[in-house]
Write a new protein. Structure first.
Length: 488
């Protein structure tokens, strides 16, 4: 029996021939000439709908899904472009609450592949051969036009200034928290990285900035003045309160998360700060009351992301009702953002928390949220890509009150470059003088075996298992869970 592949499976298989930068990164891959050429040949599909453009080091996926969820709740046909995907490539090109209909993917893939092949051959220059991510982004532009989207929210891939998404002319931009990441491509200081992210700020287009360190905020304010772009700094304009709750009920499986936590966010925008913004830029921006929402995405940092998204949508749609914003924020969900799964095992159900945190600050936030919900002496499965600051993450894990009784180290799958030996060295250096027993660390380069063993050990010892460090690891964990229980 021949099983017919879905449209996006065929697209993903076709796309693999362009898997160049992702496995063999070089700085000269960063350019916009190829994207501009291909967009023009496709009739500039990115201009067929209104858009919001989101960049940052951490939280950009969350801000993107918050924005898209609110727009969809407001009644607009809304698209959402995210990266990376966790378990299914359709996560990259979707609606905020579901994948697109298979017929839409089929129509777009059938039209896109032959046209892309023709235009790439037509260009005939090896130097302008598109990357995997450029073609992925181009397909998203094309597919959303084909679907007749009214609004689309786009998350950048890497950086901002030369990211493939930066051919957009959005209605609003948003920039989330900045950290040291991808330093070999974006720069070795926070200011340098902020400068790359600030590249999405366009002439006269308003931009919302999540809470930042002063040296980072200064970079964005300077760029906004240069581009005559209205800028709203959420750290100055909003007071954000977050109350973490307890896990309740039994999550039925992968993808059901957050509604099982009793956590609430309250966002109070300063009327005075918003009046100053309106006076300075001549743009309407006001909230009639504080926003309150029970977020499926957990952690105080997610409340900050929700505030950033709420302001961005208000700038795009000044008359949108506060209740619609709250309802959209409450419905927003992303896989591998403190995603909680209950896996049936012999002695009951194993709780697994899956989080793609891969920077020092995001790891710290995840551990704080994890400890608030589950306490200490749990198990950890960790892996990260080669370009991540594993030393800092290892120190944060060691100093965390979580005090993991077992830490399994591996690689985040095969799709992303990793440095297994560097990871083992970093954790060994942190834990060799720790008071914890030497057996706390368990390393295995075979990620499939490491995942299965981590699940088995946590189940036998009745411990909650946290899987963290990489979205690619998150995808492999979710695949393993589905193999153990296909119903999930």
């Amino acid at each position: 029996m021949v099983i017919r592949k879905s449209a996006m499976q065929r697209f993903e298989q076709w796309l693999e021939q362009y898997r160049n930068f992702e496995k063999n990164p070089e700085k000269d891959f960063f350019r916009l000439d190829t994207m501009r050429y291909l967009c023009e040949r496709f009739g500039n599909p990115q201009n067929a709908y209104k858009s919001i453009h989101v960049a940052g080091s951490k939280g950009k996926g969350s801000v993107s899904v918050f924005c898209a969820s609110v727009l969809e709740e407001a009644g607009f046909k809304t698209g959402l472009y995210l990266s990376p995907h966790v378990a299914d490539i359709r996560e990259r090109v979707s609606s905020p609450f579901s994948f697109l209909p298979e017929t839409e993917y089929e129509k777009a893939v059938n039209a896109f592949i032959p046209a892309a092949e023709f235009f790439i051959t037509e260009a005939g220059d090896e130097k302008t051969k598109p990357t995997w991510f450029e073609l992925m982004t181009l397909f998203a532009f094309f597919c959303f036009r084909s679907c007749g989207m009214e609004w689309v929210v786009f998350e950048t891939g890497l950086g901002g200034r030369l990211d493939a998404t930066n051919v957009l002319l959005p209605c609003v931009c948003a920039i989330t928290q900045i950290e040291l990441e991808h330093t070999e491509y974006l720069g070795t200081t926070l200011q340098a990285i902020a400068g790359e992210k600030a590249g999405i700020i366009k002439q006269g287009i308003p931009v919302c900035i999540a809470p930042q360190k002063n040296e980072v905020k200064n970079v964005f304010e300077h760029k906004a003045r240069e581009m005559q772009a209205p800028i709203l700094c959420i750290g100055d304009a909003a007071n954000i309160n977050y109350k973490s709750g307890n896990l309740s009920g039994t999550p039925p499986g992968c993808g059901d998360v957050g509604s099982n936590f009793d956590s609430a966010a309250e966002i109070l925008f300063s009327a005075e700060k918003l009046r100053q913004f309106e006076k300075a830029y001549g743009r309407r921006l006001s909230f009639s009351r504080p926003l309150t929402a029970r977020l499926k995405l957990q952690g105080k940092f997610q409340a900050e992301n929700a505030a950033t998204a709420a302001a961005a949508v208000k700038l795009a749609l000044p008359d949108i009702d506060e209740r619609i914003i709250e309802q959209g924020l409450e419905k927003a969900f992303l896989p591998a953002r403190f995603e909680t799964v209950r896996l049936p095992v012999q002695n009951g159900a194993l709780t697994i928390v899956i989080d793609g945190c891969h920077t020092a600050n995001s790891m710290k936030g995840t551990l704080e949220t994890f400890y608030a919900h589950f306490g200490a002496r749990c198990h950890l499965l960790f892996a990260c890509a080669a370009d991540k600051d594993v030393e800092s993450m290892a120190r944060i894990i060691k100093d965390s009150p979580c005090s993991f009784s077992r830490i399994a180290l591996t690689v985040p799958g095969s799709a992303k470059r990793s440095d297994y030996e560097k990871t083992v060295r970093a954790f060994s250096a942190c834990f060799e003088n720790a008071t914890a027993a030497p057996s706390v660390l368990h390393a295995d380069k075979d990620f499939g075996r490491a995942i299965r063993q981590a699940i088995d050990c946590a189940a036998k010892e009745n411990k909650t298992l946290l899987c963290a460090g990489s979205f690619y690891l998150a995808g492999e964990v979710k695949n393993a869970i589905r193999e153990l229980n296909p119903a999930m």
